[in-house]
Design a protein. Structure first.
Length: 191
């Protein structure tokens, strides 16, 4: 089945509060690099207070999840975490799901962080970071060349879709981080 067919099969189901611990176990599996996963209490707090929206992704069965921070005033949606479960990877579900996420938020720009391959501490982590960057580029995301972020001690690249001409990645990320959790563990600088 091609990605366009899979997109029509992807459904978003809100993650109930009683399942945040299960969600976090998935996140620990899928985001193993040191510092790339926020503490459970921060994610739970932001889901509980509505700053984050959490969804299980379905295509007949649960295929993954995503946690986003929609910003009401900036026209941005920050994709905090997105993953397809391991047994559904390399089958087109990741790309189809990402296309469905883009369709879901068609009126906004999507923004993501990806660990910076150049800052990787091992060849394996560098390869994983490069794989993620290429995946998002294939879906139409571009790297914001004017900003660098350090989040929980990890150097990150910022990638976005549909950015307006006057898009300031630095201003956008400061606004999104402040909205999501404050900026105490985050450093956003000009590149």
């Amino acid at each position: 089945m091609d990605n366009k067919s899979l997109i029509n099969l992807v459904e978003f189901k809100v993650i109930p509060s009683g399942e945040y611990e299960r969600l976090y176990e998935y996140m620990r599996r899928d985001f193993p690099m040191p510092g790339e996963l926020a503490p459970f209490h921060a994610i739970k707090r932001n889901l509980d207070n509505g700053r984050h929206e959490g969804f299980y992704l379905y295509s007949g069965t649960e295929i993954g999840y995503m946690v986003v921070t929609p910003s009401d005033n900036s026209g941005l949606v920050f994709v905090n975490y997105f993953a397809v479960h391991p047994k559904y990877r390399s089958k087109g579900y990741g790309r189809a799901t990402l296309d469905a996420i883009i369709d879901k938020y068609t009126d906004r720009s999507l923004v993501i962080e990806v660990s910076d391959p150049a800052a990787s501490k091992s060849p394996e982590l560098r390869e994983e970071s490069l794989r993620r960057v290429k995946f998002y580029e294939s879906a139409g995301f571009t790297i914001a060349p004017t900003v660098k972020c350090r989040i929980y001690g990890v150097d990150m690249l910022i990638m976005a879709t549909n950015t307006p001409e006057n898009f300031s990645a630095r201003a956008a990320m400061l606004s999104l981080y402040n909205h999501a959790a404050g900026s105490s563990n985050i450093d956003v600088t000009d590149a």
